[in-house]
Design a protein. Structure first.
Length: 411
């Protein structure tokens, strides 16, 4: 009898504990799924609201990657890293200053020629409107019968005559004379005249967004210092970062850091060198074509050609705008052919050898990364999307638990 009671008690306990165990399992699984979702939401919110800080940091990192080979070259001839970083940053700033002066002179010349460009653009727009109106008229004549067109014209003519008759019956309003201002103490009082000053559209735009411009200028002022300290303290930063890990994790962290450095350097330096080549060839071609401002239009077209997916139409905009001063059909055709050939050669022959050998990302992931980072960081996100995604893939390839994600991101 005692055994039967114990058996019944055990069965009752089993009936009670089994739902509790299942409930605890469900809660544990829910937490396991909810935590990554909440963490991803927090990370996206931080990236969105702190985008100015992160964009500034990423630009400094990219510039440091571009300048690091020059620092290493000076270190080979017995320069200390601190001195080498200072020399390279100083030369880069001086070169940037010279480029800025050249761009300013070109932009000032373009500003002086704006009325001519505006007239050409207005003529083109008027010509297009006339052609569209002619096409609409031809389509209207083909679709609408002649009798219906005549009825519509008669109805419009009757409406215009009725409006003219109603306007002629209205009494004309006499202009009201301004009341004379009586003199006070023998001194004539001159009425107050208010002068409305026309404000500049650019000035209004800057004043309306002064806070945003101030924060951008503040962040940009930190870029030279960030680049210098990243270059001069590179070895110390690497050693200090690895101190956070122990044992096998330190080896994984070192491999991940090296993978990120190799992949981002391949992308950034490769794109920079490819942009310089495209800028040089574009400037030479535009100079032989007698296109205005080739030293400004060429670099703009060359570097815009590297923008993913929309590089070709964006690269066509600066030279086509400059070709408005020439306004010859053959010049337009030569501009389109030359820019398209340079873009196709660069993207199909040079880009895979210089950049694509290190950055292994499939097109679907590239498209999604452009969408995500473009949403978070606007135009800067489109430029930084591929190196950020490539760095994430480098981490996933070296961490054992994240290798399936790395394979999914890869090609």
């Amino acid at each position: 009898m005692l055994q039967s009671r114990q058996g019944s008690n055990g069965f009752a306990v089993a009936l009670i504990t089994k739902p509790l165990i299942e409930t605890s399992k469900a809660v544990h699984e829910a937490r396991h799924l909810a935590l990554p979702i909440v963490a991803a939401g927090v990370i996206i919110a931080v990236l969105y609201f702190g985008r100015l800080f992160f964009i500034t940091s990423m630009i400094a990192v990219i510039i440091a990657f571009i300048l690091e080979p020059f620092v290493a070259l000076l270190m080979r001839i017995r320069f200390p890293r601190t001195l080498a970083a200072f020399v390279v940053c100083s030369v880069a700033l001086a070169l940037l200053y010279v480029i800025g002066l050249g761009a300013y002179s070109q932009l000032a010349a373009i500003y002086g020629d704006l009325p001519k460009y505006g007239q050409r653009i207005g003529d083109i727009v008027d010509n297009i409107q006339q052609k569209v109106a002619g096409a609409e008229e031809k389509t209207y004549r083909m679709v609408v019968p002649a009798r219906q067109r005549q009825q519509e014209q008669d109805r419009l003519r009757a409406q215009q005559q009725a409006l003219a008759k109603s306007g002629s019956k209205r009494p004309k309003q006499q202009p009201t004379a301004q009341p004379a201002v009586p003199p006070a103490d023998g001194v004539a009082v001159i009425p107050e005249v208010r002068i409305h000053e026309d404000s500049s559209a650019i000035g209004d735009f800057i004043r309306a967004r002064w806070d945003a411009f101030y924060h951008i200028l503040l962040m940009v002022s930190f870029v030279p210092f960030l680049v210098y300290f990243m270059l001069s303290w590179r070895d110390h930063i690497n050693r200090s970062f690895l101190q956070f890990f122990h044992g096998e994790d330190r080896l994984i962290a070192a491999r991940s850091l090296q993978g990120i450095a190799d992949m981002v350097r391949a992308f950034v330096v490769g794109n920079f060198l490819l942009g310089l080549l495209l800028a040089a060839f574009s400037s030479i071609i535009f100079w032989f074509m007698h296109l205005p401002y080739p030293m400004l239009v060429g670099p703009l077209s060359g570097f815009l050609s590297l923008v993913p997916y929309v590089g070709l139409p964006m690269a066509l905009l600066p030279p086509l705008f400059a070709a408005l001063a020439v306004d010859t059909f053959s010049v337009y055709v030569l501009v389109v052919i030359s820019v398209a050939l340079l873009h196709l050669i660069a993207m199909n022959l040079m880009y895979p050898k210089i950049v694509g050998s290190r950055v292994h990302l499939n097109p679907l992931v590239v498209t999604f990364s452009l969408m995500l980072w473009g949403f978070l960081w606007d135009a800067a996100g489109l430029i930084l999307a591929i190196p950020l995604t490539a760095g994430l893939k480098a981490v996933c390839d070296n961490v054992k638990g994240l290798r399936p994600i790395g394979k999914f991101l890869g090609d």
